[in-house]
Each structure stands twice: as structure tokens, then as C-alpha cells.
Design a protein around this ligand. Structure first.
Ligand SMILES: [Zn+2]
Length: 348
């Protein structure tokens, strides 16, 4: 039988050399072995065995932290379990960074799969149109959009700036289909219904670009759908990226839908003076359309408020929306954090 200290070293070694999920099982195996060793009372440190220290001055630096920890880990399976968990999560974090999905400044770079379902040549959108959409997402979520200077002074202090969420095109899947017009019923997300199955939705953000959805520009799933077969965003081709279909020609439909995908609600809370669970987006009575002029006031609960109609989560024209708020940024970061429902996007 190994000594407990050797086993502890063994666990450390496994955690250091294993770079895949196997280590979870090996860690558990080591844990079991340690627990077995703990039944041997000879390995337990009792007060009688501790040396009594005499007062004095250190001759050489001496730090017993690891030895003390070793004893504590040997005597507590709970503590050992936490230790193994911490090392596994640390390893994952290091791996994420090496894969480029979490950048050095903490930005989460979401891998995007664009599924193009086309019936006509025009619906089979170009790589350039797809690239323009990814670029717009990165500008809007990075706070580097050209119209950011239009944010009114009143709301500049609560503007999100850089949300620390970026998008990287991983692949484009193109498929010809006979469907002339789609409904917002997820049929486009299944190969069996003339659509295209999602690509690994637990780890990739899937977008379906369809030829036509009637009067619907796009729709999204929220984080409770993370990893499910239908998880992702659908956008009609005419409104995806830079197009000639004003007033929805600047790629802001996707910015809005990705907001939903990252747990943002409509800014009016889908009700009269309802909540979007964000403190720095003033309550408003309803959605706004077109290109409203600032300032615009709504009365909610008897209080008149200047509303933030230029928020991506309102319904205004592409050219009239140009900000997320700081509160919205926090909600989106909660979703992509290691503890969040879309943490899978950080992993390979
Ligand atoms: Zn919406």
C-alpha cells in the first residue's frame, strides 16, 4: 500500500499530466484510495505526534503549508473532493485560454456556426454577407460601433461599452431546400423537416439563415434551451448582415436576437411598464418603432421617465439602435461565465 503522502503526490501528478475529462474519473479513483488509507489509523496525525516547537528565530525560510494541507486532505474526503474540483476547473480555464475561446483580457470568444438554408440563389448568401454580420456583432458587443457617439449624454454613463463577448465564425453549412417560406416553429432546425440539424449546440452558437419568414425578421432561444437541438437564432436572409433591405439592413436584427440568446429581454418587458430585470434601462410602456427623437418620455407608475429607445432590445430601426446598457452586459456575462448556463461555449 502506498503511503498517503505518495497517493497525494499521485493525485497531483494525475492532475498535472492529464488534459482531458478522464482525470475526473482518475481523481475520483485516487480519492477512493485515499479514503481507504484513512481507515489506517497509523496514517492519522494525532496531537501526540506533533512536535513541540521552541521559541526562536528562523535560520532558513520554512513554509509548511503543503504539509499541513496534505494532512487536512488525507483526513477529509470533502476537502479532497473540493481540491480535485478546483484543479480540474483551473485546468479547463487554462485550456480555454490556449484554445483562444477566452482571450487574455477575459473576453469570451463564442464560436459561431451559420447554417444557410436556401431555395433561390439570392437566398444562398455570400461569405462576404456572413462576414459583415460577424463584424457587426463584434462592433455592437464590443462597443466599437460607429454610431456609439449618438448615445445621449443621459445614458452614456450606463452604456455597456465592451461586453467582453466576441464572435468568431467557425463554419458555414449550406443546404438547398424546397421550402419557400418558414414559420417560427423550429422546422428549419431539423434535417427531417427540410431544415438542418444544429452543429454541437452545447459548444457552438448556431444561427440559421432562412430565405423567408413572412413578417418575422428573426427569433431566438433563451439560455434555458442551452445545448438543446433547437438552441440558437434564426434570421431571415434579407436582414442578415449588411443588405439592401432598409430599414433593417445593418445587421442589428442579429444583435437583438443574440441579446435574447444571452438572456436579455425586450426593454419594455413584453408588457405595459413591465420589467426586463435590468436596473439601468428605464421602465417604458411599450416597444418603439422607426427612428424616435430623443428625449422621449413614458409614464410608468405615475412617474415620467426618459426612455432608452436606442437600446438594441427595443424595436426601432437598425440605424436608431446603438447601445446595450451596463446592466444588460452583466446579465450576458452571467450567462457566459464558467458557472453560467452557456459555459459550454467556453469549452471545446
Ligand atoms: Zn426580440
Amino acid at each position: 500500500m502506498h503511503s498517503n503522502f505518495e497517493l497525494y503526490k499521485f493525485v497531483l501528478l494525475i492532475l498535472n499530466i492529464e488534459n482531458n475529462m478522464k482525470k475526473l474519473f482518475i481523481g475520483a479513483f485516487a480519492l477512493t484510495m485515499l479514503a481507504a488509507c484513512n481507515t489506517n489509523e497509523e496514517n492519522l496525525v494525532t496531537p501526540d505526534e506533533t512536535e513541540s516547537l521552541s521559541a526562536g528565530t528562523a535560520e532558513r525560510r520554512n513554509c509548511p503549508s503543503e504539509e499541513i494541507r496534505n494532512t487536512a486532505l488525507q483526513n477529509s474526503p470533502e476537502l479532497m473532493a473540493k481540491y480535485v474540483d478546483i484543479e480540474n476547473k483551473t485546468n479547463k480555464f487554462v485550456q480555454d485560454a490556449s484554445l483562444g475561446r477566452v482571450l487574455a483580457d477575459g473576453t469570451v470568444e463564442i464560436p459561431v456556426v451559420v447554417n444557410v438554408l436556401y431555395r433561390t440563389a439570392a437566398e444562398n448568401i455570400s461569405d462576404a454577407q456572413i462576414a459583415s454580420q460577424i463584424a457587426t456583432l463584434n462592433k455592437d458587443f464590443g462597443g466599437t460601433n460607429a454610431d456609439v457617439n449618438q448615445i445621449p449624454q443621459e445614458f452614456a454613463s450606463v452604456a455597456a461599452g465592451d461586453t467582453k463577448i466576441k464572435f468568431r465564425l467557425d463554419r458555414v453549412v449550406r443546404k438547398s431546400t424546397t421550402v419557400r417560406s418558414w414559420r417560427a416553429n423550429d422546422a428549419m432546425k431539423k434535417t427531417s423537416s427540410k431544415g438542418q440539424n444544429a452543429f454541437d449546440p452545447a459548444h457552438y452558437f448556431n444561427i440559421w439563415v432562412v430565405g423567408d419568414m413572412g413578417g418575422i425578421l428573426g427569433y431566438a432561444t433563451f439560455p434555458e434551451s442551452s445545448g438543446l437541438w433547437n438552441d440558437g437564432v434564426v434570421i431571415a436572409a434579407k436582414y442578415f448582415g449588411n443588405t439592401s433591405y432598409a430599414p433593417y439592413n445593418l445587421g442589428r436584427t442579429a444583435t437583438h436576437e443574440v441579446g435574447h440568446y444571452l438572456n436579455l429581454r425586450h426593454i419594455w418587458g413584453d408588457g405595459n411598464c413591465a420589467t426586463d430585470y435590468v436596473a439601468d434601462t428605464p421602465t417604458q410602456q411599450d416597444k418603439n418603432f422607426g427612428t424616435p427623437s430623443y428625449p422621449q418620455y413614458d409614464i410608468c407608475g405615475g412617474v415620467s421617465r426618459s426612455i432608452q429607445f436606442m437600446n438594441y432590445m427595443d424595436y426601432v430601426n437598425d440605424s436608431a439602435m446603438y447601445m446595450f446598457s451596463a446592466g444588460q452586459k452583466t446579465r450576458m456575462q452571467a450567462v457566459t461565465a464558467t458557472s453560467g448556463p452557456r459555459a459550454g461555449l467556453r469549452l471545446y
